[in-house]
Ligand binder design. Sequence first.
Ligand code: NAD
Length: 253
Amino acid sequence: MDADYLFNQTVEYLKTAQHVVISTGAGISAESGIATFRAPSTGLWSRYKSGELATAEAFKRNPSLVWGWYTWRRMQVANAQPNTAHRAVAAMAQCLPHMTLITQNVDDLHERAGSQDPIHLHGHLATARCFTCSQPYLDTLPIVVDPDAGPLEPPRCQHCEGLIRPNVVWFGERMPENEMKRARIAAFDCDVMLSIGTSGSVAPAVYLPTIAAENGAWVVHINLEADSTAPGNTLIGPATHWLPKLAQALLSA
Ligand code: NAD
């Protein structure tokens, strides 16, 4: 489908929508300098596949390596700024009757751009909990001067002395039940879904556009490349190109 036609159609659907879902993945934060999972890592971490560090097995095998990598990622996020796509998402919420924001991202760039209460399907980098007893870790997480410093000994739990792990959902772990339920209900209920910057390779987030499309929603992806297996059409290009344009069209409607 022609990009201008698809864009204009999407604006028309947005103008009359009762409930819009915006679902985001790592691509929306890529232009803030946060690497996606598929992009090659830099420096020390280029030797590791991120998918292989984001598992409970990896943490059990080498907790310092995994904690060091997550500390590096946390520092990357702390030093990054929300981009125009994050800000456009927050602006769109102001001119839509009902918008639900769902993110697979573990950064806080949506919140820092002004979005209220995004549903974080995969947890948060900024918090941590005990690997053994799951109690939240309440002390300040370490700040590292050199983000490329490498492996770092995780702190110990104040309750059971277990090792502290990041509060994110690792590959092979269960999704947070409440967040997943809210996301499914929103996908089922919406009349427009914008799915932004996700490779659609992580279940069950990948099923949200299908749920929306099967229930009659207009589903549009924004991505650098089209995925022919995903339901709906794709506006090809960076999120920072398309989202401000969509927000502008809505604001001037
Ligand atoms: P992914 O790395 O699998 O895919 C990223 C997608 O974004 C790709 O399809 C790519 O083509 C697209 N993309 C890249 N730059 C873009 C841009 N400027 N505009 C639009 N699209 C762009 O990421 P995913 O699908 O989110 O899933 C992988 C997992 O990685 C998730 O579980 C997520 O928690 C985790 N992750 C999160 C962050 C973060 O919080 N910022 C970063 C890396 C990975």
